[in-house]
Design a protein around this ligand. Sequence first.
Ligand SMILES: Cc1cc2nc3c(=O)[nH]c(=O)nc-3n(C[C@H](O)[C@H](O)[C@H](O)COP(=O)(O)OP(=O)(O)OC[C@H]3O[C@@H](n4cnc5c(N)ncnc54)[C@H](O)[C@@H]3O)c2cc1C
Ligand code: SF4
Length: 450
Amino acid sequence: MPDIGDIAANRLSAEQYQRHFDDVEPPLDRKRALVEASRCHFCYDAPCLEACPTGIDIPGFIRKIATDNVKGSAVTILEENIMGGACARVCPTEILCEQACVRTAQEGKPVDIGALQRYATDWLFEHDIQPFTRAASTGKRIAIVGAGPAGLACAHRLALLGHDTVVFDARPKAGGLNEYGVAAYKVPHDFAQREVDFILSLGGIDLRPGQALGRDVSLVQLRRDYDAVFIGTGLGGVNALALDGETLPGVEDAVAYIERLRQAADKSRLPIGRRVVVIGGGNTAIDIAVQAKRLGAEDVTIAYRRGADAMSATPHEQEFAQTNGVKIKHWARPVRLLSDGGRLSGVECESTTLDADGKLVGAGTRFALPADMLFKAIGQTFVAAPVRDGGRELLDLRQGRIVVDDAHRTSLPDVWAGGDCISGGQDLTVSAVQDGKRAAHAIDHFLRNA
Ligand SMILES: Cc1cc2nc3c(=O)[nH]c(=O)nc-3n(C[C@H](O)[C@H](O)[C@H](O)COP(=O)(O)OP(=O)(O)OC[C@H]3O[C@@H](n4cnc5c(N)ncnc54)[C@H](O)[C@@H]3O)c2cc1C
Ligand code: SF4
């Protein structure tokens, strides 16, 4: 993207770019890990375990760290969550395991479960150990579509159980949003690819990058050529603001920009506005706002149509944005994009409120937020075209996402799905991993009893 007006690259020194996109939470060393592990009560019926979507034996892995059995600890984590390394970095632990930790009630500070999980899994990666071996071959082949957390977790578990898997992904690299979406400072140093390499090193997973469902292969073909199919294609579409001026230079889709940022070897070459407005209230809004600030934008404001409590970004993420200098303007919705000489110059917002029935309505006051760059972060959508045949839906959808049963089976008897693309999901990395794992067991059960 060329520099346009106040949208410019190279705003900071090389040292600043390096610091801004390095590890946001540096890892624990052995001494600190032992001290932190010693805070755990190793609770019976541990509430933290109940709160982990993948059911990791948290007291079990912490106890192994406390006795210096770090390899055993990593295996305990990865047995339940093969992306335990990524989840240690990206999980909103403050609303999951750490929120449930009894130490929170006792001392107002939970055991730092995420950091301990990272300590153990990093150790295993650093020692280049593959702790798992595959079961005897079943001779069955499963097609997996999407090499994100859901698809990779499904492929890994199926490979472990002795099946052969072929993983198709539209993009050149595997990892899904771990590689292309999550904030750069959460997964620096090419961590996402190291984790993919670790998963593939098990064997039995044939990765086919650059192969898109609906373009290079069809669901009809996959069902014919494989014993079962798993779909984990995530959310590839984005919502529009539906305002005039959405195509003005300077108006960007947040997820597409983050993808460019994540793939940029040199962050100083990314043009960013001086005054940036972000529309949205979720983690994507927080991530683009913080990264815009860290790229050197002077003024970054998130405009969100409801109050802080209604934001899907966690309070921890909201606070993180504010400590990074991002302003959050609640109860404000965009009504018009402003331009000057064919370029974005700002956004006119209307203040909002709730009426007597709790419905969001305009409160009448209008104000302008000056901006040379605006990011849309108002949600993503499932792209259904690849699961259509001649315009007909092959799978049942609900509210635009794939319907699955408790075992992650779709309306087709030999097709399973999981991760962000299914209806009713949580849109978190850890939930996608759990979906993939559960679907793999259901597929295994189906194939062994067919
Ligand atoms: C900006 C952003 C930041 C986020 N940050 C966090 C975070 O900090 N913590 C957290 O827990 N969650 C976070 N999430 C959510 C999390 O990344 C997702 O819930 C998770 O990645 C979902 O995994 P998935 O496998 O379902 O989909 P994805 O990760 O989206 O992977 C889907 C894969 O399918 C491929 N694909 C798509 N269409 C096709 C096709 N037609 N044919 C073949 N392949 C296809 C894609 O290329 C991709 O590799 C974030 C999301 C976004 C957008
Ligand atoms: S709830 Fe907290 S103290 Fe209890 S086992 Fe889990 S991490 Fe340890």
